[in-house]
Design a protein around this ligand. Structure first.
Ligand SMILES: Cc1cc2nc3c(=O)[nH]c(=O)nc-3n(C[C@H](O)[C@H](O)[C@H](O)COP(=O)(O)O)c2cc1C
Length: 312
């Protein structure tokens, strides 16, 4: 137990399909204070499912890292936590915010917001099963008429949670509307454990402003970090810095996934190179690249022309 040691105040949000080991390494290099795996099924871990276990792999330079588990059975969550603790993460995080029907309609993820006693029981079971700190990531409620964070908070604290991340939306909102930073600030003021605020941070300046005004110990950046790891440091990359970063990202993807990494890289490629000359055209060509070599040589070609090459 104890308060987790994190390496700053800007944290990378867990994002399924994006925050894999290669991207977590990139985010950490750019100063993310803490990174998370995407949500990982506790059932899958306990059954020894290969694909599930692959999601828990990480390299030492990603630390501090949280492994995020989802599930609705306290005993299964506790067993999964025990198993992943042996991999050496800094934190075990419990997903109480996923709005995807396949997760929350079964009562896991944001489904736990509808059942605070069960959320508390899961947190207690996990915290009792491991020696490292345990955190939870919540939304502010299930829908507009049940914003029950005031009820949830003491249950999680009593269960032994050491840290809490709060996405300032209800489950019903999914990703629509705006994150409610007043509710996040209220939670930060009520909570006895450090709170990480989350929702709609679009720039480094936004992050600093939310830190200043919310009373949160840290803030978490999700969507705006895709294609822009500089959001953590506040640095302004040149197009040449971008090119070098994308090549590094491509190499990490190839090393981690082999040839299929180029397919998984497409959604990242579509988000890099914004606001530069020929950016849209380069992105369009990159996402069609069939191999790593082709993607790298495309970047080299644009870079060789100073990103000023005429249409051909
Ligand atoms: C593609 C995608 C995948 C996500 N996957 C997860 C997940 O696995 N676990 C989780 O707790 N939240 C997940 N989230 C929610 C984010 O962690 C974050 O709470 C949300 O995107 C709001 O932050 P933002 O406005 O900075 O993006 C996901 C969000 C997106 C867009």
């Amino acid at each position: 137990m104890g308060t987790p040691d994190i390496a700053g105040r800007l944290v990378l949000a867990p994002m399924a399909g994006f925050t894999d080991s290669p991207y977590r390494r990139i985010a950490r290099r750019h100063g993310a204070a803490l990174v998370y795996t995407e949500l990982v099924s506790a059932e899958g871990i306990v059954r020894g499912n290969r694909k599930t276990l692959d999601l828990t792999r990480f390299s030492p330079e990603e630390k501090p890292i949280a492994i995020q588990l989802f599930g609705k059975d306290p005993a299964v969550m506790a067993e999964a936590a025990r198993r992943v603790e042996s991999l050496g993460p800094n934190l075990i995080d419990i997903n109480m915010g996923c709005s995807a029907p396949r997760v929350c309609s079964g009562g896991s993820g944001a489904g736990l917001l509808q059942n605070p006693p069960l959320a508390g029981a899961i947190a207690a079971a996990v915290a009792g099963a491991v020696r490292i700190p345990v955190s939870a990531k919540i939304r502010i409620g299930w829908d507009g008429s049940s914003r029950n964070y005031r009820e949830l908070l003491p249950r999680l604290e009593e269960a032994g949670i050491s840290l809490m991340a709060v996405h300032g939306r209800t489950r019903a909102q999914k990703y629509t509307g705006q994150a409610d930073w007043e509710a996040i600030a209220e939670i930060a003021s009520l909570s006895r454990v450090p709170v990480i605020g989350n929702g709609d941070i679009r720039s480094h300046a936004d992050a600093l402003e939310r830190l200043r005004t919310s009373g949160c110990a840290a803030v978490m950046v999700g969507r705006a970090a895709i294609g822009n790891p500089w959001i953590f440091s506040g640095a302004e990359p040149s197009v040449f810095d971008l090119a070098e970063e994308v090549r590094t990202h491509l190499r990490l993807m190839r090393d981690f996934y082999g040839e299929r990494g180029i397919i998984l890289m497409r959604k990242h490629l579509a988000r890099y190179f914004h606001g530069f000359r020929h950016a849209a055209r380069l992105r369009g060509e990159l996402v069609r690249a069939a191999s790593f070599e082709e993607a790298v040589s495309l970047i080299d070609r644009y870079e060789g022309g100073g990103f000023e090459i005429p249409e051909d």
